[in-house]
Design a protein around this ligand. Structure first.
Ligand code: DX5
Ligand code: ZN
Length: 216
C-alpha cells in the first residue's frame, strides 16, 4: 500500500489559503491536516471551527483535524459540524480519553488519538480497539519547522505490532519534522500517513515535494 500524504496547512500562506489548499489537493494529497491550537495546551494559537467551516466548500478531501487544545470535549461537536472528517485528541490532554473518543464517534466522524514524543506508548493500548487512527508526534506540538525526534519510531513499531496481534485496522500517522530523509525511516517503521507542513509548503514545487516524500 502506498503511503498517504497529509499536508499541514500550518505552513501555508493564509492570505491565499484557498489556492494553497487547491494546489496540494490537485497535486495528490490524501488528507488535509489542520492544526488547532489554543495557546494553553500548546504555546501557539492557530485555527478554530470558523476557518474549518470556511475552507470546507473548497474541496471534498478528508479533513484531518488535530486538536491541540484543553477541554477538547467541549469543542468536538463544533469541529464536527464545521466539516472535520477525522478528529484527533491528545492522550495527555484528555483525562477521560475513552469518553472523548466516544464523543467523537457520536458525531459520526472518525476518532483518532495523538501521543507526544515523551509519553509512553502504553498510554494508547487500552483504547486501540475503539479508534480509527493513532497519530505519533515526532516533534513537541506547537510549531511547524521543528526537527524530527527519531526515538518516536520505536513507539510506532510497537503500535504496528499491537495492531497485528490484536487484529485491528487503525491507521498510523506521524506528524512533525517529516521530510524526504525522515519519511523513509517512518515508512520502514510502519507508518501509513505522513503529515508534512514546511517540507511541502516551503517548497516552490509542492507536487514534487509531495512525490519526493511519498516515494522516499
Ligand atoms: C505541530 C503540528 C504539525 C506541524 C508540522 O504541532 O502538529 O502538524 O504543522 O510541521 P512540520 O512538518 O513543518 O514539522
Ligand atoms: Zn498536527
Amino acid at each position: 500500500m502506498t503511503t498517504k500524504i497529509a499536508p499541514s496547512i500550518l505552513s501555508a500562506d493564509f492570505s491565499i489559503l484557498r489556492e494553497e489548499i487547491l494546489e496540494v489537493v490537485e497535486a495528490g494529497a490524501d488528507y488535509l491536516h489542520i492544526d488547532v491550537m489554543d495557546g494553553h495546551y500548546v504555546p501557539n494559537i492557530t485555527i478554530g471551527p470558523l476557518v474549518v467551516k470556511s475552507i470546507r466548500p473548497v474541496t471534498p478531501i478528508v479533513f484531518d483535524v488535530h486538536l491541540m487544545i484543553e477541554n477538547a470535549d467541549k469543542y468536538i461537536p463544533e469541529f464536527a459540524n464545521a466539516g472535520a472528517d477525522i478528529i484527533t485528541v491528545h492522550v495527555e490532554s484528555c483525562p477521560h480519553l475513552h469518553r472523548t473518543i466516544h464523543l467523537i464517534k457520536e458525531t459520526g466522524k472518525k476518532a483518532g488519538i495523538v501521543i507526544n514524543p515523551a509519553t509512553p506508548v502504553e498510554m494508547i493500548k487500552p483504547v486501540l480497539h475503539h479508534i480509527d487512527l493513532v497519530l505519533f508526534m515526532t516533534v513537541n506540538p506547537g510549531f511547524g519547522g521543528q526537527e524530527f525526534i527519531p526515538e518516536v519510531l520505536e513507539k510506532v513499531k510497537q503500535a504496528a505490532i499491537w495492531r497485528k496481534e490484536m487484529d485491528l485496522s487503525f491507521e498510523i500517522e506521524v506528524d512533525g519534522g517529516v521530510n524526504q530523509h525522515t519519511a523513509k525511516l517512518c515508512k520502514e517503521a510502519g507508518v501509513d500517513i505522513l503529515v508534512a507542513g514546511s517540507a511541502i509548503f516551503n517548497e516552490e514545487n509542492r507536487k514534487k515535494a509531495m512525490d519526493t516524500i511519498r516515494n522516499a
